[in-house]
Design a binder for this molecule. Structure first.
Ligand code: NAD
Ligand code: MG
Length: 401
C-alpha cells in the first residue's frame, strides 16, 4: 500500500484517538495532514505534536488563541471556526476520517464526500440527517466510502465489498441484519428504565465509546440511527433490514442470501477492528486486538429486541418508510434530549418520547428529503427548538405512565 495521507475530523474523540493509535503503530503507511476538535485545545495540541500533523483546527472560534499558544514553536498551522473545519475537510488528502459526533459533523463530512477520493465514515448522523444528498454526492464524486460503524463494516465484508460508492449488488440478498448488544438496560423493566441515571446509562457493558453514542446505545436509538444509516449506505428497502439482539457483540452483522446461506462477520467488540479495515481499505492491517477465542467464549446468544420497552426501534421502522427529513428531525430532537438527560433535566425514557412527540408535531405536512446542507440544518434547528420546549415541560406529567 502506498503511504496514505489522512485528515481526522474529531481527532480527540473515542474513534479519533483509536484511529491515531492505529496510525502511529504503522507510521510507515500513514501520515497526518489535519486533526480537528471542538474545543479540547490541550488534547488537540498534544495529538497534533505527537502525530506530526501539518494543520490543527478547532471548531470553536473562541479557542483560536489558546490553540495558537499551545502550538507555538511547532510547525503546525492553526485555524478555528466552522468554515475552517469545512476547508480542512476539503484540503487534498488520500482519506478523511469523519469522526465528529452528531449533526455538527454533517457539513465537514459532506464537504469531504464531495471532494476527497476516500472517506471513512464514523459520523452516522450525516447519513441520518441527509442520506440521499450525501450518497448522491458520494456517487457524483466517485468517492470510496467505507463505513466505520462496526455493524456496517460487518455487512460490507459479508457482502464481499466493494466499498460503497457504486451500489452493492443486493439481487440475491433477502435480509441485512445488524446486531445490538442490548445496552446496559437490556433486562430492565419499563418501570426501572424510567428511573435510570446518566451514570448508569453511560456504563456500557461491552463497548467503550463517547457519551452521546453511549446514551443512544442504552435507549437503542443508536440501533435506530444505524438502521437508517444502512438504508442509505446499501440502498436497501426497509423490509430487508432487521435488528437482532446479541449481548456478547461478537457477530456484528449478517447477510441472509436467497438460497438460505447466511454470511456473518465476527470480531471482538473493539472499534479498532472496523477502523483498521477502513484505514487500510481495500487491504487489511493489524488492528492490535486480541485474537477471537470462541472456545473461551463458549456460547453466543441471540434474542428478539423488545420493541415495547425500547420504542426507538418502532420509531426507526416509521423513519425507514418516511421522507429523509423525518430522520433529520428525530436526530435533532434526540441530540437535544440526550444533552438534557445528561444534564439531569429529563428522565431516560423521556428521550425517545420527546423524539416521537417532536416528529408528530412537525410531520403534519411532508418534510421531503433534504436537498441541501441548509435544508438539513433548518430541520435540525426546528427539531431542537420543538424538542427543547417539550423537554422544559414537567417530564413526569408529560411523558410518564
Ligand atoms: P466523542 O464524543 O468521543 O468524540 C467526538 C469528537 O467530535 C471529538 O473530537 C470532539 O471534539 C468533536 N466534536 C464534538 N462536537 C463538535 C462540534 N460541535 N464541532 C466540531 N467537532 C466536534 O465521539 P465518538 O464516540 O468518537 O463518536 C464519533 C462518531 O462516531 C459519532 O457519530 C458516533 O456515532 C460514531 N461511532 C462511534 C463509535 C464508538 O465506539 N465511539 C462506534 C460507532 C460509531
Ligand atoms: Mg455501531
Amino acid at each position: 500500500m502506498t503511504r496514505r495521507r489522512l485528515t481526522i475530523l474529531g481527532a480527540t474523540g473515542s474513534v479519533g484517538t483509536s484511529t491515531l493509535d492505529l496510525v502511529s503503530a504503522e507510521s510507515d503507511r500513514f501520515e497526518i495532514d489535519t486533526l480537528t476538535a471542538n474545543r479540547d485545545v490541550e488534547g488537540l495540541a498534544r495529538l497534533a505534536i505527537t502525530h506530526k500533523a501539518l494543520h490543527a483546527v478547532v471548531a470553536d472560534e473562541a479557542c483560536y488563541d489558546a490553540l495558537k499558544v499551545a502550538l507555538s514553536g511547532h510547525d503546525i498551522t492553526v485555524a478555528a471556526g466552522r468554515a475552517a473545519l469545512c476547508e480542512a475537510a476539503t484540503r487534498p488528502v488520500d482519506m478523511v476520517v469523519a469522526a465528529i459526533v452528531g449533526v455538527a459533523g454533517l457539513a465537514p463530512a459532506l464537504a469531504a464526500a464531495r471532494t476527497q477520493p476516500m472517506v471513512a465514515l464514523a459520523n452516522k448522523e450525516s447519513l441520518v440527517c441527509a442520506g440521499s444528498l450525501f450518497m448522491r454526492d458520494v456517487g457524483e464524486n466517485a468517492t470510496v466510502l467505507v463505513p466505520v460503524d462496526s455493524e456496517h463494516s460487518a455487512l460490507l465484508q459479508a457482502l464481499g465489498g466493494p466499498a460503497i460508492g457504486g451500489a452493492p449488488d443486493l439481487t440475491h440478498v433477502s435480509k441485512l441484519v445488524i446486531t445490538a448488544s442490548g445496552g446496559p438496560f437490556r433486562t430492565l423493566s419499563a418501570g426501572e428504565l424510567a428511573r435510570v441515571t446518566p451514570q448508569q446509562a453511560l456504563a456500557h457493558p461491552v463497548w467503550s465509546m463517547g457519551s452521546k453514542i453511549s446514551i443512544d446505545s442504552a435507549s437503542l436509538m443508536n440501533k435506530a440511527l444505524e438502521l437508517i444509516e444502512a438504508k442509505y449506505l446499501f440502498g436497501i428497502d426497509s423490509a430487508r433490514l432487521d435488528v437482532l439482539v446479541h449481548p456478547q457483540s461478537i457477530i456484528h452483522g449478517l447477510v441472509h442470501y436467497r438460497d438460505g446461506s447466511v454470511v456473518a462477520q465476527m470480531a471482538n467488540p473493539d472499534m479498532k477492528v472496523p477502523i483498521a479495515l477502513a484505514l487500510a481499505w481495500p487491504q487489511r492491517m493489524d488492528a492490535q486486538v486480541d485474537p477471537l477465542d470462541l472456545a473461551a467464549l463458549g456460547s453466543l446468544t441471540f434474542e428478539q429486541p423488545d420493541r415495547r420497552r425500547f420504542p426507538a426501534l418502532g420509531l426507526a421502522r416509521q423513519l425507514l418508510e418516511a421522507d429523509g427529513g423525518c430522520s433529520a428531525v428525530v436526530n435533532g430532537a434526540n441530540e437535544l434530549a440526550v444533552d438534557r438527560f445528561l444534564a439531569g433535566a429529563i428522565g431516560f425514557t423521556d428521550i425517545v418520547a420527546i423524539c416521537e412527540a417532536t416528529l408528530d408535531s412537525m410531520a403534519g405536512g411532508p418534510l421531503g428529503d433534504p436537498q441541501s446542507l441548509d435544508d438539513a440544518m433548518a430541520l435540525d434547528a426546528e427539531a431542537r427548538r420543538k424538542a427543547g420546549e417539550l423537554a422544559a415541560r414537567p417530564a413526569r406529567s408529560m411523558f410518564a405512565g
